[in-house]
Design a protein around this ligand. Sequence first.
Ligand code: NAI
Length: 331
Amino acid sequence: MKTAVFSTRRYDQTLLSRANRDGAHELLFLQDGLDAGTAALAAGCEAVCVFVNDDVSAEVLVQLARQGTRLVLTRSTGYNHIDVAAAGRVGITVMRVADYSPYSVAEFAVGLLLAVNRKIARASVRTREGNFELDGLMGVDLHGKTVGVIGTGKIGTIFARIMAGFGCRLLGYDTHPNPQFEQLGARYVGTDELLASSDVVSLHCPLTEQTRHIVNARTLAMVKPGCILVNTSRGGLVDTEAAIGALKSARLRGLAIDVYEQEASLFFQDLSSTIITDDVIQRLVSFPNVIVTGHQAFFTEEAIGQIMDTTVRNLTDFSQGLLPVDRVVTA
Ligand code: NAI
């Protein structure tokens, strides 16, 4: 199928071409993100392939449908960037990568937690400058601490299993409890108890209308003083201004994020030679107890390989009239 592939970087082009082994699909690689201004680039393409920060709103979908697009594929499991109901109305099928190495994200969340707690990035910058002092680098043992996991699906449960290995107590909150999480000796509680009792809170639920700003000024006022917050899920789960307030008041001991609500205009680009006008991200990165990475938790060889293979499989299945329920997204 002729497919416009938006938001591609070199690795997308190399790996997606490799997955499209026999050249079955005609792939048109575009560095631009998809939005109302760039949708015209997909004219004549039956399929459009997008990534997490592309704008697949109703307006864009209407334009794509008018140009002949019948399939939108996202190179991700999350699909909060796609107006799935609007896609249905204009006759566009939406497919996603139902799952890929959940270890990639879970392991990265643990890495972020260690980095922010033990100030590893800060220490590395210091030693490069010949400063081997320890002042300002003290952390806490994770052993014996309580870790609260919000969203105990595939990634959240693996994260919990790793933290159990550290000797942490585990609390969880999920609308659909997972027996595998409980088998770790973890206990489900309400969000209030989870926030009030946890030394670390890690977010692993999807971004939905119910979870948007699940971490906000009201819920941050409930967290145990000195809590470390980790977010590798979606930026919209956290009200960033409220998190900044909790850092200023030292309610939060640390914040480690791989995702940011306004990341679309920043992430996946080299902006090091430009003036960044987003004052919120600039304030965040100025804190010594905050670590920000640019949505890279999924970025392992295993995960990317599975994402690209599944994306090509989605194209092939759709072109053959197959619509696997786990990979087709409906409203
Ligand atoms: P999953 O579907 O296996 O688990 C999500 C869990 O969240 C489920 O158990 C579900 O019941 C729960 N949940 C849904 N609504 C909830 C609510 N209102 N409150 C509490 N829990 C709720 O998904 P998986 O694979 O574990 O991924 C989790 C999230 O991780 C994705 O939605 C995505 O946003 C994020 N992610 C981030 C990546 C990155 O590179 N930073 C890469 C891949 C995923």
